[in-house]
Design a protein around this ligand. Structure first.
Ligand SMILES: Nc1ncnc2c1ncn2[C@@H]1O[C@H](COP(=O)(O)OP(=O)(O)OP(=O)(O)O)[C@@H](O)[C@H]1O
Ligand SMILES: O=C(O)C1=C[C@@H](O)[C@@H](O)[C@H](O)C1
Ligand SMILES: [Mg+2]
Length: 171
């Protein structure tokens, strides 16, 4: 079952780590946010503005199911775990890895980036509240890596180590 799902809060580094891990393991990588933008021909900001969050979540669940191929790393949007069906689907299809990041670091990493509609206002408070709300769902993952003070290469090696020891993963 070589499908790997990277989950975690905005700015955790899912997209960045996914690209690095795909080189390290010679696997394909796909990103649900990128694919939603391609399919809808709109930015995520515009989807939220014009269609609303509920419609975005619908696109997200549909895309998740379409992208979950064998030998693929699927990097997800920060809110993919909100829908219990998405969580169940990822667990059935592959190995789920949670990238945990402290709120202070999320704030730093997202500071110059206006592409995340849920952080458009009251960013600091929003990060703390949303992360606390979502933590129990993130922690349902098979593995957790704290990314706060680590380089992209260190995190990638840590994940490669988990996978090498996981009987479900075939190198
Ligand atoms: N380990 C790291 N150390 C320092 N900076 C990092 C690290 N991982 C990611 N970054 C930087 O943090 C920012 C956010 O990373 P990225 O877009 O990969 O996060 P994400 O989890 O995919 O977020 P989103 O859920 O919004 O898609 C980028 O500028 C990236 O270069
Ligand atoms: O955490 C979230 O709810 C989101 C994270 C981003 O990856 C995007 O999927 C979108 O901005 C929503
Ligand atoms: Mg991303």
């Amino acid at each position: 079952m070589n499908t790997i799902f990277l989950i975690g809060f905005m700015g955790a580094g899912k997209t960045t780590i996914g690209k690095n891990l795909s080189q390290r393991l010679s696997m394909n990588v796909v990103d649900t946010d990128d694919m939603i933008e391609k399919v809808c021909q709109k930015t995520i900001n515009d989807i939220f503005k014009e269609e609303g969050e509920e419609a975005f979540r619908h696109h997200e669940s549909t895309i998740l199911k379409e992208l979950s191929w064998p030998e693929t790393i699927v990097t997800t949007g920060g809110g993919i775990i909100k829908n219990p069906e998405n969580r169940q689907f990822m667990h059935q299809q592959g190995i789920v890895i949670y990238l945990h990041t402290d709120p202070r670091v999320v704030l730093e990493r997202t500071a110059d980036d206006d592409s995340r509609p849920l952080l458009a206002q009251n960013r600091k408070q929003r990060i703390t509240r949303l992360l606390n709300e979502r933590l129990p769902q993130y922690l349902e993952a098979d593995y957790t890596v704290n990314t706060s003070m680590k380089s992209v290469d260190t995190i990638t090696e840590e994940i490669a180590g988990f996978l090498a020891r996981d009987r479900r993963f075939r190198a």
